[in-house]
Design a protein around this ligand. Structure first.
Ligand code: ATP
Length: 518
């Protein structure tokens, strides 16, 4: 007798990053920067659909953080104001913040392949015995990992590796003698990897006509310091009182040693940062509240499910300023290239009074810069809770989450964006280009366009038009057919189910409006 198995959903194949990157290129979400010249490593351009997607993400953040009512832990509205500070700041800013002295990554060069690696991103595979050959590869790079295992097995003339002898170690933990018998990724000779040396990630530039030490400046590596240096200006020019926050969206630049994983680790990227200023004794309460609200926010905009996690840092991972603080946590997403692991989307940290104090000291005014609490009649440096998110990593997570292979439809794939994030909210099509259908469709399109990003398409078959919209992630396709023209209705096709319903033409603007909010 055959065994009866319960009905189950067919297994879902893991998403492949190359498919997602190809769709991004094909449909104009993301292109390589200056592609016609062969591109430039670590820089990306957003095409028309990608620009709208990223803008929807940033607008949702700005609306929810700065503009809409947000109720805090004590049941009253949270006070947050906006800021747009400059990318190039007085270089003393970066001395005070610690970036000039300490914003370093350990870098390793391969003398043979001329490639450069982050030492802490390299792992080494090899036998534990003295004198054995070792093989380095970039962690999470499945191809390099397979190559290293193959080379090692071939060298030792065996089919499989022995977990008791063949171990994996972090590159920074190996000795110089071991390095001398290590193959770098894609290297044919041993011993071509250099010792790790510290490399400052800030991009340097010069201001003005003379290029010397005095004109040296930096492109900001984070937007946060623009907020800290404006703390006093904002206090003096507005009515804010602690607790309050300053929010900013803007570009940041880091000369990453090994930009990789599509836009995940870029050299130019955008941050969405909040510095929330509080009384020190309220740090625990505010830290927990921000951490939980930010996690719920990413879920609300479409990253609900097991790919999103909230990870509290272990004590020994904490940055120097956070050691005594209420905590640090990351909101992480399981990208196809990190799976089964996760990559950081946003960090939430209690930075204590580190930054305000550092700027007060470095600008020479010191204790005079303490905030004056009128109610309590006391002076202090407020503590800070910092939720710091990446707009590019957020956009990439939305793209990865939305990508849904579906062999039942013409496009073979659809992008399951939440209606609020979708670059195009609705497509409007006349079924055929005659019999008065284009005129009705165009009238509806113009009406919808007053409020929403919608597209009119009268080219090709209706199936191809649906397929284009599926790849763009458009939640609704509205078609005017002959029945509809006669009865004053249109069919509305739902992207995910492909189900269609007939809706009266004059109801459609409300139908769309009801569904594309949050
Ligand atoms: P990582 O450890 O991945 O380098 P980080 O901890 O240095 O990141 P933060 O300094 O906390 O990152 O920056 C805040 C946010 O800015 C990150 O959560 C991420 O979303 C974004 N971010 C940082 N570096 C990059 C980068 N090179 N490319 C794209 N986004 C980035």
């Amino acid at each position: 007798m055959s065994e009866v198995t319960p009905a189950s959903n067919p297994p879902v194949a893991p998403k492949k990053m190359e498919d997602i990157v190809a769709l991004c290129r094909r449909r104009g979400f993301i292109f390589q920067s200056s592609e016609i010249y062969g591109g430039i490593n670590g820089f990306w351009d957003y095409g028309p659909l990608g620009t709208s997607l990223k803008r929807n993400l940033k607008n949702a953040w700005w609306n929810d953080v700065v503009e809409r009512e947000l109720i805090g832990p004590d049941g009253t509205a949270v006070d947050i104001v906006g800021l747009d500070s400059s990318i190039i700041m007085n270089p003393k800013t970066w001395v005070a913040s610690g970036h000039v002295g300490g914003f370093n990554d350990p870098m390793v060069d391969c003398k043979e392949s001329k490639s450069r690696y982050r030492a802490d991103h390299l792992v080494v595979l090899g036998a534990v015995e003295a004198g054995a050959r070792l093989y380095a590869y970039i962690e999470n790079d499945d191809e390099q990992k397979a190559q290293a295992a193959k080379s090692l097995a071939k060298y030792e003339k065996r089919d499989t590796l022995d977990p008791a002898r063949h171990v994996l170690r972090a590159f920074p933990t190996i000795t110089a003698e071991e390095r001398a018998r290590t193959f770098g990724p894609n290297a044919k000779e041993v011993g071509t990897l250099t010792e790790a040396r510290q490399f400052n990630l800030m991009f340097e530039t010069n201001c003005g006509a003379i290029r010397d030490e005095n004109s040296l400046a930096y492109l900001r590596p984070e937007t946060a310091q623009g907020i800290f240096t404006n703390f006093w200006n904002v206090c003096d020019s507005t009515r804010v009182r602690v607790p309050f926050g300053i929010a900013q969206i803007g570009k940041a630049f880091r000369n990453e040693v090994t930009p990789r994983n599509f836009t995940f680790r870029s050299r130019e990227f955008e941050q969405m940062e909040i510095e929330f200023f509080i009384r020190p004794e309220t740090a625990d309460e505010w830290y927990k509240w921000w951490r939980d609200w930010r996690f719920a926010w990413w879920q609300k905009i479409g990253l609900a499910g097991e790919n999103l996690i909230l990870r509290e840092h272990d004590r020994d991972e904490l940055a120097h300023y956070a050691k005594v603080g209420a905590g640090t946590s990351d909101i992480e997403y399981r990208f196809p290239f990190t799976s089964p692991g996760y990559g950081e989307l946003e960090g939430i940290a209690h930075r204590a009074d580190f930054d305000l104090k550092a700027h007060a000291t470095h600008c020479g005014k010191g204790e005079k810069m303490r905030y004056f609490d009128q109610e309590k009649n006391e002076r202090y440096f407020p503590h800070v809770i910092e939720p710091s998110a990446g707009a590019d990593r957020g956009t990439l997570a939305l793209l990865c989450e939305a990508y849904t292979a579906d062999s039942s439809r013409a496009s073979g794939v659809y992008m399951d964006f939440s209606p609020r994030m979708a670059p195009v909210k609705a497509g409007v099509f006349p079924l055929v280009n005659k019999d008065g259908l284009p005129e009705i469709a165009e009238r509806l399109f113009k009406d919808l366009r007053k409020k929403h990003a919608v597209e009119f398409d009268e080219k090709q078959s209706i199936g191809k038009r649906y397929a284009r919209m599926d790849e763009a992630g458009t939640p609704f396709c509205i078609t005017i057919d002959h029945d509809g023209a006669a009865s004053g209705t249109a069919t509305v096709r739902h992207r995910n189910t492909q189900a269609q319903e007939r809706v009266a033409l004059d109801q459609i603007p409300q139908f769309v409006a009801d569904r594309v909010g949050d």
